[in-house]
Design a protein around this ligand. Structure first.
Ligand code: FAD
Length: 394
């Protein structure tokens, strides 16, 4: 019998499991590894199968900035404890219309001051001088947030969380939960692979799949949206030429695209360098909470339909970009009604949830996992800075 079983071995679940085990709870984290061949995979997918996620503290929202600040403070220690490097403090650029209308500008000063964020505000002319390899239209200005802003490797972060968790005596179960049965004193988790596990408490951190299977007695208010990214393959010389670029968030004005995010060249596991760019697109769809429908999107979704618009946008940001090949990849974003993760009890004392990344939780998953672990273990919200209501199930 475990004290706590965490369903979901992703960014939030691995962090929560590490904290739970650290609190002294006999913890298991249950979830499948990333599939070797996504095209033939017949199980669940995840939102972290990639090498780069932007991390930064400046934000339109104080709670998000707080979560990022706390998480970034853990990165180096986690790297040291696990022996796994996942963090590159390259700095991060935000670019938007220079009329200052966006909340990002309005909050930069207060959030910057509160967390001691080092950044420069750049006019359009200053942007062109400071970052000559990047190009933005007239009327756009930037905020260049210095290190510790940058990016993390989400696969590496999970591996680091799990390495420390295992070293602390935690149990990793590489299976998929299909049914949860609640008894007066404990719960039974049945897996697709045929195992049954008993646990006193359960924390469900199954990302976009949290409402699938028979895990919860009532569905959570989550909205699933398709997400498309493009990967521009670079040769070593082009990767070296662009290696000093920061991460970029760009409020593009386009009929097809919205909210671009772009990472510097990163070496992927296939031994090649890629520039990765993503955004909301006019072809994005809402998905039902149905494993087969989500799998169909991951395996067969027509993400290439938006490739021309995304490629043109990236070639606009980096004029003269020399790419060897272009490809799209499909992902999933899980939104909540209030725009923050859900960290709450569904059956107080027994069943807790931690999900709803809203497209922004990789960088902050350590702090999100810590809040969920604390709530699950203590049966009460302990944090004095962030209010429980911010993360409550509406
Ligand atoms: C393309 C893209 C780009 C992004 N860029 C950024 C960024 O730049 N910066 C940033 O901070 N965030 C970014 N995000 C968001 C971030 O990746 C997510 O918020 C984060 O992955 C959410 O973590 P999670 O643990 O909730 O979900 P996941 O990381 O998806 O983990 C959920 C886990 O649950 C497992 N699971 C599901 N069902 C079951 C089951 N029944 N039994 C057992 N296990 C199960 C899955 O296998 C998975 O491992 C991006 C997301 C996408 C898709």
């Amino acid at each position: 019998m475990f004290d706590v079983l965490v369903i979901g071995k992703g960014l939030m679940g691995s962090a929560a499991a590490r904290y739970l085990q650290g609190f002294g709870a006999a913890t298991a984290v249950l979830g499948p590894d990333e599939p070797h061949n996504p095209q033939t995979h017949d199980g669940v997918f995840a939102s972290h199968y990639d090498q780069g996620r932007i991390t930064r503290r400046l934000s339109k929202d104080l709670a998000w900035a707080t979560l990022a600040d706390r998480s970034i403070a853990q990165y180096r220690e986690l790297e040291t404890r696990s022996g796994i490097n996942f963090y590159e403090p390259t700095g991060g650029l935000y670019v938007g219309p220079d009329d200052g209308s966006h909340a990002y500008w309005q909050n930069a000063a207060s959030i910057g001051q509160r967390f001691g964020v080092a950044y420069d505000e750049l006019t359009a002319d200053e942007l062109a001088v400071r970052l000559p390899k990047l190009h933005f239209p007239a009327g756009f200005a930037g905020i260049l947030e210095h290190a510790p802003a940058g990016y993390i490797n989400p696969r590496g972060l999970i591996a680091a969380q799990l390495a420390v968790f295992a070293e602390q005596g935690g149990t990793i179960l590489r299976e998929t939960a299909v049914t949860v049965t609640r008894h007066p004193t404990h719960l039974t988790v049945q897996t697709k692979e045929g195992s049954q596990y008993q646990t006193r408490k359960l924390l469900i951190a199954a990302g976009g799949f949290s409402n699938c299977f028979d895990l919860l007695e009532r569905p959570l208010p989550l909205r699933l949206k398709t997400e498309t990214i493009i990967l521009a393959e670079l040769d070593a010389a082009e990767a070296a030429r662009l290696s000093d670029m920061p991460t970029v968030i760009y409020e593009i004005e386009s009929p097809d695209l919205r909210g671009i995010y772009l990472l510097p060249p990163i070496l992927y596991p296939d031994g090649r360098f890629y520039l990765k760019m993503g955004c909301d697109t006019r072809l994005d769809q809402t998905l039902p909470h149905d494993v087969e429908a989500i799998r169909r999107w991951f395996i067969h979704g027509n993400s290439d339909a938006i490739l021309p618009a995304m490629r043109a946008a990236l070639e606009g940001i980096i004029p003269g970009l020399r790419a060897q090949s272009w490809a799209t990849k499909r992902c999933l974003i899980t939104y909540t009604p209030h725009g923050k993760p859900l960290i709450d009890a569904v059956v107080p004392g027994q069943v807790y949830v931690c999900t709803g990344g809203n497209g922004s939780s990789a960088k902050s998953s350590d702090a999100i996992g810590q809040l969920a672990a604390s709530l699950t273990w203590h049966d009460a919200w302990q944090d004095t800075e962030l209010d429980a209501a911010l993360f409550a199930i509406p």
